[in-house]
Design a protein around this ligand. Structure first.
Ligand code: SF4
Length: 223
């Protein structure tokens, strides 16, 4: 088992963490991103560093059109190997089996079927995965470490920009003129599936627009 305390103490900068991860895991390393702002910075840094690893994205088939468009633009710009991860049932099949709009009645089950289980299955082929988690995103993420053990998947989980702020991420995106989701400019700090994502008022919690009206704060991938 890795000495996570020692690693986290010695690897401070995202570029160093990414280099370490690629050296340690090579083709057994994947980036998992939903093309939020931190993921975009991570993908750009990896290209600048010449690091090539698979890029997994969970496509629930319920993403905003703007997200699909961004995905294509980033792939054209950054030239990564994109692997869409999909649920066993498409949305129509899910509706036939569990009823329409499961997300409004039982979002935990919907996320489990459309996000958590498909990603867990996709990660079987890897030993480590890179995420875009940051401590400033929510209370539930305020104590995460850059390099940690993902107990559910039994893999190393790496969050290179864990201690960056939202402002730092935006500064990077604008400095390199990187494409980003236009919904951010319409009041959406984070963007998931369209049925479960709303715009928030200025100054609101970064994840306040997700699963509004429920106690749910995470899809389950990062629990
Ligand atoms: Fe279903 Fe909403 Fe979860 Fe997407 S975010 S998988 S629509 S519950």
């Amino acid at each position: 088992m890795l000495d996570f305390n020692a690693l986290n103490a010695s690897l401070v900068y995202p570029e160093d963490i990414l280099h370490w991860a690629e050296n340690a895991y090579h083709e057994r390393l994947a980036v998992v991103t939903s093309f939020q702002i931190t993921g975009i910075v991570t993908l750009h840094m990896m290209r600048e560093l010449g690091l090539k690893v698979d890029v997994l994205t969970v496509d629930t088939e319920l993403l905003f059109p703007e997200t699909y468009d961004l995905m294509n633009r980033l792939q054209d710009t950054l030239k990564f190997n994109l692997i869409p991860v999909k649920a066993e049932l498409n949305v129509s099949q899910q509706a036939a089996k569990y009823g329409d709009t499961l997300w409004s009645r039982d979002p935990d089950s919907c996320c489990q079927m459309r996000k958590v289980v498909p990603l867990d299955k996709a990660l079987v082929g890897y030993d480590a995965w890179i995420t875009g988690l940051r401590r400033d995103q929510s209370k539930t993420r305020s104590t995460i470490q850059a390099i940690s053990w993902d107990k559910r998947n039994e893999k190393v989980k790496i969050s290179p920009l864990v201690d960056w702020t939202e402002e730092m991420v935006w500064t990077y995106i604008h400095a390199y003129d990187l494409p980003y989701n236009p919904l951010h400019d319409k009041g959406y700090p984070t963007i998931g599936c369209w049925p479960c994502t709303q715009a928030v008022s200025d100054g609101g919690d970064l994840r306040a627009g997700r699963w509004v009206g429920t106690a749910k704060t995470e899809c389950g991938i990062h629990l």
